[in-house]
Design a protein around this ligand. Sequence first.
Ligand code: PGA
Length: 248
Amino acid sequence: MIIATNWKAYVESLEKAKKLVSVAKRLAGSTEHDFIIAPPTVFLGLLAEKNNSKLAFAVQDISTISGGAQTGEVTAGSAREAGATYAIVGHSERRARGETNSEISQKLERALAQGLSPILCVGERSRDDNGGYLSFLREEISSAFEPLSQKERIKILIAYEPVWAIGKTSSESITTADLTEMILYIRKALSEFLPGRGSLRTKILYGGSVEPDNIRVLAEGSGVDGFLIGHSAVEPDSFKALVGAVSV
Ligand code: PGA
């Protein structure tokens, strides 16, 4: 599985950041999983190591611009230089601050141009009885994939993160049955852009209140390729418990 952790702004101390990285390194060495850490951007260059094939780093967001007179922007190129090999794009917490599908599309192009693998976050804000949330999700996927070439599309990982399930507790997270259905739906939507077996190769992660007590049940039988985990991955003990729950 891919265990990606999104530290958001939870981790503000470098000491704690280093501790979490050392835990991740140990887990990467002792399990079959591949780990991705998305620390706050200012810590990226201080933490990222380029030579560990089972522990990679992601930038939490990148700019739509590629450089120049743009105070405060984090470009894909600078993130790559700092050690990122992945870029989270379109996280709902960025969308909530006004990020649009068209900006997300630009960010994907910036990331890909710098050799970063995008982790594209998609997910409905709420559910309705008429399946409106499915069309919403399809639109997020189409607007991101349509402008890209086949070669670029294949490099994208999807993180399905229903907004209603983020930052809650495991009891309010998605059920395995619903997750299974959504993975199938996403693969079907992807097949329009990645014909043949292409859409089966795309890695689909789930995020939204993944905790030590639900990670296993969500992993089993749902067809998910891994997780993007926020709050429960920013304390060493709960991070270890999460990974332990899906390791033999
Ligand atoms: P959460 O966040 O695990 O705290 O729900 C997941 C995410 O937003 O990526």
